[in-house]
Design a protein around this ligand. Structure first.
Ligand SMILES: NC(=O)c1ccc[n+]([C@@H]2O[C@H](COP(=O)([O-])OP(=O)(O)OC[C@H]3O[C@@H](n4cnc5c(N)ncnc54)[C@H](O)[C@@H]3O)[C@@H](O)[C@H]2O)c1
Length: 338
């Protein structure tokens, strides 16, 4: 029987889309999640083990009880603001939790790992397209904890203990095109779901933090990558390692930067709804532009995002938001950031 893939954080936003992707490919998996920010109903494939990365003995039992061939590691905390006020939470979960996972893998002889890294490892780069060899200068504990994991991975790989691909995502967005699952963070801090909550009436207004940046319309530019395209890249990264490929760091974005204003305008077009937009002062630490050079992922993995245009991303996210709105009722979204 083929070995299983362990998906950590499979009850979360991106991990749950990965489970659907693996299911469609007929690949068996086991899901490890402590449901700290995820939801059991997101797990539509695989055997669910409710346990934390903080528990080495649960990890040992999991590896002993399943024939695992590789790990896709999404579990972690990812709220930038929270990481500034509670850094210990981020270092413990993102770094120590991952160390527990690597040690359990080493004991079980499992070598292949795909890791969810982030564009936050670059900090505030001053180039228009960010390649992987840009200086790594994270400006918050979240980005620092992810960079520390990348360094740990390199050391474990250097010692011959594992092979890894660290995927540095830019802004994951969109939802399952079949509408079964989607983004549901609490608090929500990502621009597209926040804008769509304003469009559906679950949020009173949307705030735009800074409209005087050195960008075409003065608002910040970000690179939005459809969650299903992200998942496809994980599968290709796994194949790369299975084919004997070397350990890698790869950016995952589309290379197109969309401004906050463009996201708002596109959301108005897609939803056919109007909503209140309020100008607010710049937030400390927001880089004006964060756009990936993903040529390496395309060249090495043969990856090509298939749902890259903003309208498709927003349409899929809108279908999901309408479903959430029906489930939760209008006006119930919490406060978030944009
Ligand atoms: N969403 C993005 O735009 C984005 C961008 C860059 C990187 N990332 C990274 O991708 C990963 C997934 O992000 P997401 O948006 O799906 O987040 P999410 O919060 O929706 O999912 C994370 C999942 O991990 C689980 N988890 C957290 N700590 C755990 C632990 N100690 N043990 C077991 N399970 C644990 C949570 O319950 C949740 O189900 C994260 O590591 C994040 O840092 C996300």
């Amino acid at each position: 029987m083929a070995k299983k893939i362990l998906v950590t954080g499979g009850a979360g936003y991106i991990g749950s889309h990965m489970l659907k992707d693996l299911k469609a490919r007929g690949l068996a998996c086991v899901v490890l999640d402590d449901l700290s920010t995820g939801y059991a109903e997101n797990i539509t494939h695989g055997e669910f083990v409710k346990a934390s990365l903080a528990d080495p003995s649960a990890l040992g039992t999991l590896f002993a009880g399943h024939d695992i061939g590789a790990v896709i590691h999404f579990a972690g905390f990812s709220l930038v603001g929270e990481s500034v006020t509670q850094p210990e939470k981020y270092w413990r979960n993102n770094l120590i939790g991952t160390k527990n996972l690597l040690d359990a893998m080493a004991r079980a002889g499992v070598r292949r790992l795909i890791f969810s890294s982030t564009a936050a490892v670059y900090g505030r780069p001053d180039v228009s397209l960010i390649p992987e060899d840009q200086p790594l200068r994270p400006v918050n504990p979240y980005g620092a904890s992810k960079l520390a994991v990348e360094m740990m991975l390199a050391d474990y790989a250097g010692a011959g203990l594992l092979d890894f691909t660290a995927l540095r995502y830019f802004n994951a967005a969109g939802a399952d095109p079949e509408g079964e699952i989607g983004e549901c963070h609490d608090p929500e801090t990502h621009l597209i779901p926040l804008v769509l909550q304003a469009a559906s009436g679950r949020r009173a207004k949307i705030r735009v933090f800074g409209d005087d940046y050195d960008t075409p319309d003065g608002t910040c530019l970000r690179d939005y990558i459809h969650v299903t395209d992200l998942c496809a890249a994980h599968y290709l990264a796994l194949q790369h390692l299975e084919g004997g490929g070397e350990s890698l760091h790869l950016n995952l974005g589309t290379g197109a930067g969309y401004s906050v204003r463009e996201v708002i305008d596109c959301s108005r077009r897609v939803t056919g709804r109007d909503f209140t937009v309020e100008a607010a002062p710049r937030r400390a630490g927001d880089p004006p532009r964060l756009v990936a050079d993903s040529a390496r992922a395309r060249d090495i993995l043969g990856w090509k995002p298939g749902r890259a245009d903003l309208e498709t991303i927003i349409r899929d996210a809108w279908n999901w938001e309408k479903k959430l709105g029906q489930k939760n009722g209008a006006g119930k979204a919490g406060e978030g950031e944009t």
